[in-house]
Unconditional design. Structure first.
Length: 360
């Protein structure tokens, strides 16, 4: 069967590869799930992988099948699979366990090991192919009524984990009630974080570079957030210092700048994966002083486990009730068929108005 692959560390190596079709019995103990792939999304990580900056092939291969944002339909399950059956729509987690206690307890997103295994990213083939098989442990059901949003389940899980992590960490305060949140960046993680926080009743400012009117602003505002651009310091003068900041710009300078506007007892969660070498000047005394006097918190969040996928799907469903038809506006740019891999990359790299590129 066909697959879209790259030669990691070789820039612009995207090509069509050939893989053997997997079998349900490839997974031991009757736990296999065979899935026909319907849609796979791409994001900045895929762009960096094709630029040769990130990613590694599985041992024994000189190529890596791309794709970590999957949506498909189950074709067959092993005898010990209970929670999904043939005909169910599903998505699948990205990371696979290593050896740490986190990995062994269903929290491989929190692995304490340096090496991590991620389908379509690091050391494991991804989903940009016709079929895949995986252990039922990693396969999450998507309700049929949400199948138009299924390809967003993975980015949603990443946003969901980030927000949950902040709330979890803020239990240190016993009585934290965030009122104002900033979401920095209006890519998919920024917009989905905006949705999650609006569902929690927070006043959200989605802050990004593009001037209104634009599609991202339209989506953020349809979720009931305010879309703004300008300097963080100026915005904070108007809104008051935020209780919570979700940083998702992909720009490490902004990640640090965010530290200068956070309110007392507040928390920032960083989600950007910045592979570059950027350096910037930071007012360290000011930040240090304000952070100590204000009991502030900074945390990083990567990846997502099965439970975050479930919570994300459930929030997407709630999103359809509160803000019907809004989330699907993120899905701007379908590319039809694995054969069109060049067009997929072109859209991902060049198209300014493409918010979400996915293979259909
Ligand atoms: C993926 C995550 C992954 C991270 C680091 C992101 O693009 O969505 O699942 O953990 O890259 O490789
Ligand atoms: Zn991703």
């Amino acid at each position: 069967m066909k697959a879209i692959a790259v030669k990691p560390r070789n820039p612009n190596s995207v090509h069509l590869a050939e893989l053997a079709k997997p079998k349900v019995s490839d997974v031991p103990n009757g736990r296999g799930v065979l899935v026909k792939v319907l849609k796979v999304g791409v994001d900045a990580t895929d762009r960096e992988i094709n630029e040769g900056l990130y990613g590694n092939p599985p041992p024994g291969y000189d190529f890596l099948v791309m794709g970590h944002e999957s949506f498909g339909i189950v074709e067959e399950v092993g005898p010990n699979v209970r929670h999904v059956k043939a005909g169910d729509y599903v998505t699948c987690t990205v990371r696979r366990p290593g050896g740490s206690i986190f990995d062994r307890s269903g929290h491989s997103d929190m692995t304490s090991e340096e090496t991590y295994y991620e389908r379509g990213i690091n050391l494991l083939h991804g989903y940009m192919t016709e079929h895949y098989v995986d252990d039922a442990e990693f396969v999450i059901r998507v309700p049929a009524a949400l199948k138009h949003l299924g390809v967003l389940a993975e980015p949603m899980s990443v946003a969901e984990k980030a927000v949950q992590q902040v709330y979890e960490a803020q239990r240190r305060l016993q009585v934290w009630e965030p009122k104002v949140a900033y979401v920095l960046g209006s890519g998919q993680i920024g917009l989905l974080s905006t949705l999650i926080l609006r569902l929690r009743g927070v006043e959200v400012y989605t802050i990004a570079r593009g001037a209104k009117p634009n599609l991202k602003a339209e989506i953020a505002e349809a979720y009931g957030a305010k879309y703004v651009n300008g300097s963080l310091a100026d915005i904070a003068k108007q809104t008051g210092a935020p209780d919570l900041i979700v940083e998702a710009t992909g720009n490490s300078a902004i990640a640090f700048e965010a530290m200068t506007v956070l309110g007392r007892n507040g928390a920032i969660v960083w989600t950007s994966i910045t592979g570059g070498q950027r350096k910037t000047e930071v007012p360290t005394d000011k930040i240090n002083l304000e952070w100590v006097l204000g009991n502030k918190l900074l945390l990083g969040s990567v990846n997502a486990n099965f439970r975050h996928f479930e919570a994300g799907i459930s929030d997407m469903a709630q999103g359809e009730i509160f803000y019907p038809g809004v989330t699907q506006k993120i899905l701007t740019t379908p590319v039809n068929g694995l054969d069109n891999y060049r067009e997929m990359m072109r859209q991902l790299v060049e198209a300014k108005d493409a918010l979400k590129v996915y293979v259909n």
